[in-house]
Ligand binder design. Structure first.
Ligand code: GDP
Ligand code: MG
Length: 712
């Protein structure tokens, strides 16, 4: 009988949650008191017996949290990390559910195998609280057993389920909560560094360490500091991220993190607790009564989005026009200074039209990012996700898919790369894959210039409306594609999950300015680097080899022999077209044109679309180059005006092109990210083929359908 017990259970919980009562009910008289090594905190140990199996039960000190603030908390945490009990039973006071769940969430973030003991269920009932333990179990993904510890009620069941978990010997599976974009980015950055350089302490995840560092946990800080090499790399990053969060959110990382944890709990308790009596609601709860209401919530959301588009166009219209005029002026001046020749062509048609075409949209992107920043910083974005969750489930996605889709451009102006990365908070692998595959349908900031030019050229009177419709269309397509994937390749059950509903906060002007600027700067930086490079390559492809000298001489002779200025101009235009058609890009575009003719795309559009695979902004810059190469330098007009004046273009073609651009192959950066996030080339390749095929079919339906209806 002196063999060691085979299973160890640790009891954790807030002070007065009933831990000792549960402990006594489990162990009876088989218990003794000892000490944790080196500290004066009592360690109570005992033994329970289940069907002949001896189970060691350890009563941890009562704690509200797992930070390093108090000795009790540190002792409890170090015991969990160092001794690794087979299972942790978290004794929760059901009558104070939300406050007690704060520890539960931290235990889940640590990743220990867990069973929740929903104690004091009698007190909760007496207070008019109805707690759906089954639902709580589903949402948390760990066993939940209601008990009345004082009377030993439910304790047998608790022991049975705890032993079952222990014997299944589960791996530590840390819960991942989203802490809003600032903190999440910080965690990602730190995790990447830590994954490279820490001797992993047993089962602790790098993400957990990163989180603790941002929370300013003195113990973890100290450990990192001891490793001076790692400390030198990690601590300045921790400081910088902390500084950034303080500046943008006007609050400590610690409190922001706590807010999101409570947000997670608040959304959890909404789904499991019914109050039979009126309870006092705080400000966020009262606002949420309206904003997450089944009927008013979606109406308010639509109004917000529509208002946002009106605001963006109202604010950006003038600055975009100034910038466009500025770049056109610059192109004109450079044309005057330089003699005709390859250098002038490179600078004017390649660099200025290409990069200028993208930079010209900076104000638009900036206003978009501002709107997103207001939604994120105020906490409304989390409500949008919460609201859309009900809808998304129907399509086999999860609530957190919404954040990924929004970051990916669900409200025009995101980027698919962080969108794909934001799916990391999705636990269900199939729902996550489905989300990854539909994020590229969203209208990212790079597609926006394409829409903008086409809208300005062909739908000028209804700018906000058309963009709004494109947004709705991209969502509809993404959802349908997700539904299709989930009922074919990615079929399977949906796991329940919980969304964070952090309290509302008033955004600060400084925070909004920094968030807007950071994202705008990333966009502008891309224009100055990647887009510049691709523009030059595209210009070269669109310039060389060109007409052979004889053909060129023949054209020049015909132009010289022109009898009227009008005829001369017409011949010049035709020659420029010929010239372009004989370039590498021209050949490629023409090779594709039999395929794209049913969509109404000419070879110049094809060239732009091929370039758009590098980055979607390139579509605009390439069209800019293609159409400026044919035009005379002194014509200082924007691309939109040039397209509007080109007879082969019209609203129907523009509509087909916008839909094609929305759906076709994700850009290189996104493809690479999908490869990284899914761990194989299978899904990025699938995405390329699937999206391009779908884009082709949609554009075909729009263009041919429109023509059949006599629209163009
Ligand atoms: P600990 O601080 O977590 O160890 O909590 P204790 O086990 O000492 O319990 C605190 C108080 O709550 C004691 O007075 C217990 O008798 C009482 N208690 C424990 N469990 C229950 C329960 O399920 N229902 C009720 N009504 N009281 C309980
Ligand atoms: Mg106690």
């Amino acid at each position: 009988m002196s063999r060691e017990p085979q299973v160890t259970i640790a009891l954790a919980g807030n002070p007065n949650a009933g831990k000792t009562s549960v402990f006594n009910a489990l162990t009876g008289s088989r218990q003794h008191v000892g000490n944790y090594p080196g500290v004066t905190v009592d360690k109570k140990e005992g033994e329970a017996i289940l069907e002949g199996l001896r189970v060691r039960v350890v009563d941890l000190p009562g704690t509200y949290s797992l930070t390093a603030y108090s000795l009790e908390e540190l002792v409890a945490r170090n015991y969990l990390i160092g001794q690794r009990p087979d299972v942790v039973v978290d004794v929760v006071d059901a009558a104070n559910l939300e406050r007690n769940l704060y520890l539960t969430v931290q235990l889940m973030e640590l990743g220990v195998p867990l069973v929740v003991c929903l104690n004091m269920i009698d007190v909760a009932q007496a207070r008019g609280m109805q707690i759906d333990a089954r639902r709580l179990e589903e949402l948390l993904g760990v066993p939940v057993v209601p008990t009345v510890g004082r009377r030993g009620q439910g304790v047998d069941e608790l022991l049975r389920r705890a032993v079952a978990v222990a014997q299944a010997a589960p791996r530590w599976r840390p819960l991942v909560i989203s802490y809003g974009s600032d903190v999440d980015q910080g965690i990602a950055e730190l995790t990447a560094i830590l994954e490279g350089g820490v001797p992993r302490q047993g089962l602790i995840s790098a993400r957990w360490l990163a989180l603790k560092l941002l929370e300013g946990d003195s113990e973890v800080m100290g450990q990192i500091r001891e490793d001076s090499e790692l400390g030198r790399r990690v601590l300045p990053v921790v400081r910088r991220i902390g500084e950034h969060i303080r500046r943008t959110l006007d609050d400590d990382p610690e409190s922001v993190i706590a807010d999101y944890r409570y947000g997670f709990i608040s959304s959890l308790s909404r789904q499991v607790v019914t109050h039979q009596r009126e309870v006092r609601l705080d400000f966020s709860d009262r606002v949420d009564r309206v904003l997450t209401h089944r009927l008013f919530g979606p109406l308010f959301l639509l109004a917000v989005l529509y208002g946002a588009y009106q605001f963006v166009f109202w604010g950006a219209e003038e600055p975009v026009a100034w910038l466009e005029a500025g770049f056109a002026w610059l192109g004109g001046r450079v044309s005057e200074w330089l003699p005709p020749g390859p250098l002038r062509s490179l600078l004017v048609s390649g660099v200025i039209d290409g990069v200028g075409g993208v930079l010209g949209f900076v104000p638009l992107i900036m206003f978009m990012f501002f709107v997103i920043a207001v939604m994120e910083d105020s906490g409304y974005m989390a409500r949008v996700a919460y609201l859309m969750d009900r809808v998304l489930r129907v399509f086999g996605l999860h609530g957190n898919s919404v954040i990924a889709l929004i970051v990916g451009g669900g409200i025009s102006g995101g980027c698919a790369v962080p969108g794909v990365m934001a799916t990391r908070t999705l636990k269900d692998p199939k729902a996550r894959l489905a989300t990854i595959l539909v994020v590229p349908f969203m209208n990212c900031g790079a597609k926006l210039p394409v829409y903008s030019v086409l809208i300005a050229a062909f739908f000028a009177s209804r700018q906000a409306m058309v963009l709004f419709l494109l947004t709705l269309l991209s969502w509809a397509l993404a959802l349908m594609a997700a539904r299709l994937l989930r009922s074919t390749l990615l079929g399977g059950e949906q796991a329940p999950f919980v969304m964070e509903l952090p309290p509302y906060r008033a955004p600060t002007f400084k925070g909004l300015a920094i968030h807007t600027w950071e994202r705008t700067w990333q966009y502008a930086k891309k224009a100055g680097t990647l887009i510049l490079g691709v523009s030059i390559v595209m210009w070269a492809l669109m310039t060389y080899p060109g007409l052979d000298p004889q053909a060129r001489a023949a054209w020049q002779a015909r132009i010289a022999a022109a009898t009227s200025p009008a005829q001369r101009q017409e011949l010049e235009g035709r020659m420029a077209q010929e010239e372009l058609a004989h370039t590498w890009a021209g050949r490629m575009g023409r090779a594709l044109s039999r395929l794209t003719a049913p969509l109404g795309f000419d070879w110049r559009t094809n060239v732009a679309l091929v370039g758009g695979f590098a980055a979607k902004e390139v579509i605009v810059s390439t069209l800019g180059t293609a159409y400026s190469l044919g035009a005379k330098a002194e014509e200082e007009t924007s691309l939109a005006r040039r397209l509007a004046a080109t007879p082969s273009w019209g609203p129907l073609k523009a509509a087909a092109l916008m839909i094609f651009v929305m759906v076709y192959a994700p850009c290189v950066a996104t493809v690479v990210t999908i490869r990284r996030e899914t761990g194989s080339w299978r899904w990025p390749l699938f995405s390329l083929a699937y999206n391009t095929t779908l884009a082709y079919l949609l554009a075909l339906v729009v263009y041919q359908g429109g023509r059949a209806l006599g629209l163009g």
